[in-house]
Ligand binder design. Structure first.
Ligand SMILES: [Zn+2]
Length: 454
């Protein structure tokens, strides 16, 4: 081997070693928080928030100016109780001030640059310390371990993205015991190959984008096929998972479903526990606030607010009081009745971003409430998407998987008939395709303007 080749290999192994170390650190730190009491968690947040805010105000131009303009006395900042004094930030700030949010003087070699926001249609550039993804993976693994995922378990990842620019259907990572399959072009004629890949690999877990697995589940249900062996569970990530999807997955794959919430900005991470579908947020990852439309903190359970996160992982480009555009509601106060953890907990997270329909009277109807999408509807289509430009009226676009005969169309109409009395007139329109975002996710509600841009 040439010296250059040797050096490249050495760099690769050093990189792999570094990643593995960060993964274990993320895993270990996250698991340790399981036993923390409310008082310990509170003290931890007070300490981390104070360090973070003072450091950002001292070293990062964007925060220095932001807090100076808002008249914030950073020296008096003591933690959780003082957070509401700080201005919030949003994706618009990432777009407008991104470069000034990055810590000056950090070597490019220590930074990874990536983009986020595919699911909302706005792409923002982010900078993070090298290796942050491995640490985050360790945190996610801690969540997964709640339902029995162990190191070395075989995992098949199904996602809608193109692999290698669309030239490859799958990628195998032997080090991680993982097979990634692209469902980007999943149709009836490619499903046999994908099922064969999964059957040959015999995964213990399916790690999925819910929209990608929905596509596969629809086809399997329609052609009456099942996987050769039942996985132990389905691990959902990257998109909201709706109740109708959980039911569909349980029916088609015959196993339990688990979900976690995270995002590309890495400010917050939370997941279901052993016994409930409430999202338990890892304290070592970040601090969660729920804010109403006027930016006031929400403390009561069952009142919907915007998830606003302050992340502890990214010291290169810290996000402090970052409004995620995702909405949810607190669970009942006190420790989780199912597992006893004292983490911050959301009872539910509604559709990401704009994922709701607006009824005639202006009511937002979250798509978590769509409960009629069972059975025959899925059997007839590949994908669906709502287009809404005005309250009380929407178009449901569907990509048919079978010929839509009048009786089948009637079935689909009947499945949505309940929306009329609620205040929504619905047109149903078959279309040849519904494009995914660049990250391979699918948005469920868009406007005509979004479509024109796509
Ligand atoms: Zn719990």
């Amino acid at each position: 081997m040439s010296l250059g080749g040797l050096l490249r290999r050495l760099t690769y192994y050093l990189g792999a070693f570094h990643k593995r170390r960060l993964f274990h650190q993320g895993l270990r730190e996250s698991l340790a928080t399981d036993r923390w009491t409310t008082a310990e968690i509170r003290a931890y947040h007070d300490r981390r928030l104070t360090e973070l805010v003072r450091d950002a105000a001292a070293h990062i131009p964007f925060y220095r100016d932001l807090y100076a303009r808002a008249g914030v006395d950073v020296a008096a900042f003591r933690g959780v109780d003082d957070l509401p004094r700080l201005p919030t930030i949003s994706k618009a700030d990432l777009l407008e001030h991104g470069p000034r949010m990055v810590r000056p003087g950090v070597s490019e070699l220590r930074i990874v640059r990536h983009t986020t926001g595919g699911s909302t249609g706005t792409i923002a550039a982010l900078a993070s310390p090298r290796g942050i993804a491995s640490f985050e993976n360790g945190c996610i693994f801690a969540l997964w371990s709640r339902i029995g995922v162990r190191r070395g378990d075989r995992i098949v990842t199904l996602r809608g993205a193109l692999l290698d620019g669309g030239r490859r259907l799958y990628e195998r990572d032997r080090l991680e015991n993982r097979l990634t399959i692209s469902t980007y072009h999943l149709k009836d004629d490619t499903v046999a190959e994908i099922v064969r890949l999964i059957d040959d690999y015999r995964p213990k877990w399916l790690h999925v984008y819910p929209s990608a697995l929905t596509l596969l589940a629809n086809i399997l249900q329609r052609i009456g096929r099942r996987l050769a062996s039942t996985p132990q569970g389905i691990l959902c990530g990257s998109e909201a998972v709706y109740p109708w999807q959980i039911e569909l997955f349980r029916n088609v794959f015959g196993c339990r479903v688990y979900s976690h919430y995270g995002h590309g900005e890495l400010a917050l991470l939370g997941g279901w526990c052993e016994g409930t579908t409430a999202f338990h947020f890892l304290p070592n990852h970040g601090f969660l606030e729920l804010l109403d439309a006027d930016g006031r903190p929400i403390t009561a359970p069952d009142q919907t607010g915007e998830l606003t996160g302050t992340g502890y992982l990214n010291r290169v480009m810290p996000l402090i009081r970052y409004r995620t555009a995702d909405h949810g509601a607190w669970d009942a106060p006190g420790p989780c009745p199912a597992c006893g953890r004292e983490h911050q907990r959301l009872a539910r997270i509604d559709g990401r971003g704009q994922e709701y329909l607006v009824l005639r009277d202006g009511t937002r109807f979250p798509l978590t409430s769509i409960n009629a999408l069972h059975g025959t509807f899925f059997a007839h289509i590949y994908r669906f998407q709502f287009v809404q430009d005005e309250p009380g009226r929407a178009t449901l676009r569907i990509v048919p998987a079978v010929e839509l005969t009048p009786p089948r169309m009637a079935e689909i109409r009947a499945a949505f008939a309940y929306l009329g009395p609620l205040g929504l007139d619905l047109d149903i329109q078959p279309v040849p395709d519904i494009p995914l975002t660049r990250a391979g996710k699918q948005r469920i509600v868009v406007t005509s303007e979004d479509l024109a841009r796509a």
